[in-house]
Design a protein around this ligand. Structure first.
Ligand SMILES: Cc1cc2nc3c(=O)[nH]c(=O)nc-3n(C[C@H](O)[C@H](O)[C@H](O)COP(=O)(O)O)c2cc1C
Ligand SMILES: [Fe+2]
Ligand SMILES: [Fe+2]
Length: 393
């Protein structure tokens, strides 16, 4: 018995990952209210042993100690690199240095990245293609190319005999809580937030990957962040919807206001949408969690953006939010922009520039001088009703 908890999550498959309870930001961008995990798995066959993915910098020793509770590092044969991003691959050089017989297994693109990012010598890398397998003795690892989930080199690894899919970032959740899906309340909400942040821009590639794994019998999905799915059906169905871009009768409202004029416009819009039975989620950009915005973008059909004019354009936080909406490529269909200005305006023009390249159909834009008048409120109600009828199709 060692000091670490190294659960056997499927026969001969051990979780040797790390929990980063206190991490609060990812990619220098995404807030992590519940921390995160870096899942790594040790697969023990009768003849050979493979490690699937590793951990974030700073957790190398923990990983090695956990592996050592199951096996001597000298007897490790393979490290499977499903993804080259440092949260899963940074510990690879450490493992390969300690385990002298270890071969790195990855895609062709992954092989190049392993050399560039981690200085792995070419002669210690085995490149695999879609459908290739490696025998561990009673355990077969099958590799499934799944590019752009979430970098170009990504793949899944399927453990045939156990019917376990190691999907790396795909199906991930940023949380340190729980080991299995059943341990975490509201798991799908957290999974959706993660999907919005990480996978939404690659929805098409996600659809292709889902198609590829459709024929597989999957008993367990073991991603590289967050809980392991013992009941994969729910998350598979959610991913089918999210990658297909299926939206709800729902509007996401993001706004910023310095002196409450834009805010008053937004409030009237929200009341109108609610009176038309549209589900609304509201985010004040001065205190918004962009992870929640990303989550709500996954299935909202419309967006309402509110911003005053500041120095001839949008408020900087509204520029940030609009740019994020453009970059994350949500399945939004309709949009409305509301704005208040003091002397010459300019916010709406910039909003339309930033959002121009998206497929969002502009249902209305309304720019007023100073605080809204009664007529202005009437006009907003009108735009809100138009937007509602578009949303309801
Ligand atoms: C820092 C700052 C910069 C501003 N720059 C502009 C501007 O360039 N052009 C303009 O028409 N109004 C400008 N305004 C005026 C606001 O757009 C105006 O007061 C508006 O009604 C504020 O809306 P809000 O109450 O939603 O914050 C500026 C106001 C502030 C505080
Ligand atoms: Fe990643
Ligand atoms: Fe990751």
């Amino acid at each position: 018995m060692g000091m670490y908890y190294v659960p056997e999550v499927s026969e001969g498959v051990f979780w040797v990952g790390a929990k980063d309870w206190n991490r609060r930001i990812f990619d220098a961008l995404i807030p992590l209210p519940y921390g995160t995990t870096y899942n790594a798995y040790l697969v023990k066959g009768k003849e050979k042993i493979a490690l699937i993915d590793t951990v974030n910098p700073g957790f190398e020793k923990e990983l090695v100690d956990k592996i050592s509770q199951i096996t001597d590092l000298a007897s490790l044969d393979y490290v499977i690199m499903n993804h080259a991003e440092p949260d899963h691959a940074a510990a690879i050089p450490h493992i390969m240095q300690m385990g002298e017989n270890v071969t790195l297994v990855t895609t062709e693109k992954g092989a190049k990245m392993a050399q560039v990012y981690y200085n792995v010598p070419e002669d210690r890398i085995k490149t695999v293609n879609d459908g290739d397998t490696i025998e561990l003795g009673g355990k077969t690892l099958k590799f499934i190319e799944a590019p752009w989930l979430h970098w170009p080199e990504t793949m899944f690894t399927y453990l045939v005999e156990n019917r376990v899919l190691f999907s790396c970032d795909f199906f991930g959740t940023h949380t340190a809580f729980g080991l299995y899906d059943e341990d975490v309340e509201e798991i799908l909400s957290s999974a959706k937030r993660y999907f919005g942040e990480i996978m939404m821009p690659f929805r098409n590639m996600g659809r292709k990957a889902l198609d590829k794994i459709k024929e597989l019998e999957i008993e367990i999905i073991a991603p590289s962040h967050g809980p392991i799915y013992k009941n994969p059906d729910r998350v598979l169905e959610a991913y089918r919807k999210w990658t297909a871009g299926e939206t709800e009768e729902k509007a996401i409202v993001v706004y910023i206001s310095m002196w409450n004029s834009t805010e008053a416009m937004i409030k009237t819009m929200v009341e109108t949408l609610m009176s038309e039975s549209i589900e609304v989620s509201l985010h004040d950009l001065s205190r918004a969690d962009i992870g929640e915005i990303a989550r709500d973008l996954v299935d909202s059909r419309a967006i309402v953006l509110g911003t005053p004019t500041v120095l001839g354009g949008m408020h900087p936080l509204a520029i940030y939010a609009s740019y994020l909406v453009r970059a994350l490529r949500p399945p939004l269909k309709y949009g409305v922009v509301l704005s208040s200005y003091g002397w010459s305006g300019g916010a709406i023009k910039q909003a339309l520039e930033v959002l121009g390249p998206t497929k969002i159909e502009l249902v209305g834009s309304f720019e007023i001088n100073g605080p809204p008048s009664n007529e202005d409120f009437q006009k907003i109600v009108e735009i809100g009703k138009q937007l509602s009828s578009k949303i309801k199709g």
